[in-house]
Design a protein around this ligand. Structure first.
Ligand SMILES: Cc1cc2nc3c(=O)[nH]c(=O)nc-3n(C[C@H](O)[C@H](O)[C@H](O)COP(=O)(O)O)c2cc1C
Length: 264
């Protein structure tokens, strides 16, 4: 009887020690790996920003960091006015965190919330990609975009040419849409339809349409249209709405209007 008690107590002590050691190991790893995870996240973001403008494919991490440092100029923009702001460091500014805080964001009434994001941050970081020759001439303007698809918020970037109208590329670096359906927004063939499309009508209003059944080649609106993904119209409708939102008055509209007026 007492032998049994002793062995139960011993088992419990051993289990306690094992779980203590395991939890110290897990907690320690999390702390040690945090800087590595942060660095990888930053690198992914830098790669995504360059990739959407057609730069950086097949480059090593070091090369991505070098090109980013040399050719990307980040600017913080006050979205309501479109003016440049010094309120935060543009590279470390966390727009998603800001969008959750009532102090640094505003609630979007349902009618205005085309992207399904509920709140919009006051500031956002835009990225200017300058030409390789070092002269500082703009090659692309890269804007962060996000919005709800069918199951998830899609986070990505759109790169626009210096005419502030023609798309260089669109890409999402994070979403939870179904692989093979909405997840096909990552398919290079679908993404390949975007370069060369134009985003605005003559008055500067966003004019983008993702068309179910396919774009009519040579149709009068073909320059503004992209094919919907077959079997994933709901995700592509979300992409359509989020682009209209971020290129419009609630998003980068005032900033783009300022650039059109003042020059890039
Ligand atoms: C398990 C499951 C996952 C789905 N995932 C997606 C998705 O990620 N994106 C999407 O647009 N539609 C998805 N659909 C299909 C939608 O319910 C809907 O049928 C589709 O978007 C309509 O597009 P279509 O008119 O081109 O068929 C999914 C359907 C099922 C059953």
């Amino acid at each position: 009887m007492s032998g049994n008690k002793e062995s139960t107590a011993r088992t419990l002590v051993v289990a306690l020690i094992v779980s203590l050691v395991a939890s110290i190991f897990v907690a320690g790893s999390a702390v040690i790996l945090k800087p590595v995870q942060e660095e990888n996240r930053l690198l992914d973001r830098q790669r995504g920003i360059l990739a959407v403008a057609g730069v950086g494919a097949g480059l090593s991490s070091k090369e991505v960091q070098e090109i980013f440092a040399k050719r990307i100029q980040a600017e913080l923009i006050d979205l309501s006015t479109g003016e440049k702001s010094e309120a935060h460091d543009p590279l470390s500014f966390d727009a998603l965190k800001a969008a959750q805080d009532p102090e640094t964001s505003a609630a979007l009434p349902g009618k205005e919330d085309l992207a399904g994001i509920k709140r919009r941050e006051r500031f956002s970081t835009v990225y200017r990609l300058v030409k390789e020759d070092g002269g500082g001439e703009l090659e692309a303007l890269i804007l962060p975009v996000r919005g709800y698809g069918l199951w998830s918020t899609l986070h990505g970037f759109i790169a626009i040419k210096p005419d502030l109208n023609t798309v260089l590329g669109l890409g999402f670096y994070q979403h939870g849409e179904t692989p093979g359906l909405g997840g096909e927004v990552d398919n290079p063939k679908w993404k390949g339809q975007w370069p060369g499309k134009t985003l605005f009508d003559e008055s500067g209003k966003p004019n983008i349409e993702i068309v179910k059944g396919g774009v009519q080649p040579g149709g009068k609106d073909a320059a503004h249209q992209v094919d919907a993904l077959a079997g994933a119209t709901l995700t592509t409708n979300g992409v359509n709405r989020l682009l209209v939102f971020w290129l419009g008055e609630q998003g980068f509209g005032p900033y783009l209007a300022r650039l059109r007026q003042e020059g890039i």
